[in-house]
Design a protein around this ligand. Structure first.
Ligand code: AMP
Length: 191
């Protein structure tokens, strides 16, 4: 079973790429951002907690995310594998994910890290704000989310590197070019 993490700052294109990868390799796409937005929409207990953090561009507490992940892994016992998008975002989450998978005799096969420079990210996030009207794509929150990524999430690259699981892929160029670079890394896992 192949389990992937797609990693990168907000605006790197994780969502777009994950959907295509999930389709091509028949993996279950888990986007914690999407799950949380749905919880907020239905005003569940965890959605009400999450909203406060999401509106500020901050990370929702690890405990909330770990509970969600536990539920999702449990509900998808018979899939070919997972592609995790937007998770893990802290060291605690990364360690918990490893433990949860280990418990099922599974592990992360590869972490695909999309590299996009800061100016390009800002431009993309502003554009998305206009197109999709996501509540957290407002100017102040965009900057906060990038800062949160740099402070809390980017250090995870060292954790993945130490595990020998990190593949870095340029996140610029045409969408198809980026897919090709991602595929060439993933294909190696199947040979
Ligand atoms: P995303 O769509 O992945 O950019 O996520 C949108 C927002 O959901 C983030 O800015 C966080 O507030 C929250 N979120 C999503 N995934 C996580 C996570 N793994 N840990 C903490 N907060 C998260």
């Amino acid at each position: 079973m192949v389990n992937l993490i797609i990693f990168g700052p907000p605006g790197a294109g994780k969502g777009t790429q994950s959907v295509r990868i999930a389709q091509k390799y028949q993996l279950k796409h888990i986007s914690t951002g999407e799950i949380l937005r749905e919880e907020v929409r239905i005003e569940s207990k965890c959605g009400r907690v999450a909203k406060v953090y999401m509106d500020e561009g901050k990370l929702v507490p690890d405990e909330v995310l770990i509970n969600i992940l536990r539920r999702v892994i449990d509900e998808n016992r018979y899939v070919n594998g997972f592609i995790f998008d937007g998770f893990p975002r802290t060291l605690v989450q990364a360690e918990e994910l490893d433990k949860m998978l280990h418990h099922e005799d599974l592990s992360i096969s590869l972490v695909l890290s999309l590299i996009v420079d800061h100016e390009e990210l800002i431009e993309r996030l502003y554009k998305r704000a206009l197109q999709e009207g996501r509540a957290d794509d407002k100017a102040r929150v965009i900057h906060q989310r990038l800062e949160t990524y740099n402070k809390m999430t980017a250090p995870l690259l060292d954790y993945f590197e130490a595990q020998g699981k990190l593949a870095t892929v340029p996140g610029i160029g045409t969408i198809d070019d980026i897919f090709q670079s991602l595929y060439s890394n993933i294909d190696k896992l199947y040979h």
